[in-house]
Design a protein. Structure first.
Length: 72
């Protein structure tokens, strides 16, 4: 990314934009079909049950980046 910027070019992350669109669409559908609103800011980042369901069962289709560790 830094090399691109030094050349005066703009780096755009289309994969990230696509992921944000998918998340937005999912939240809209959950709201419509389950009559539930999700506040992304309140979702726990260390939910053991979710981790086990996703990673222990290798249900990682669509997982692009995953970081393990504490956030500062």
């Amino acid at each position: 990314m830094k090399a691109i910027e030094k050349m005066g070019l703009l780096k755009m992350d289309f994969l990230g934009l696509t992921t944000l669109t998918v998340i937005s669409d999912c939240m809209r559908l959950i709201g419509r079909n389950r009559d539930a609103q999700i506040d992304m800011a309140t979702l726990p980042l260390d939910d053991q049950t979710t981790y086990e369901k996703v990673f222990h069962r290798a249900l990682t289709s669509g997982v692009f980046q995953f970081r393990v560790g504490r956030h500062a």
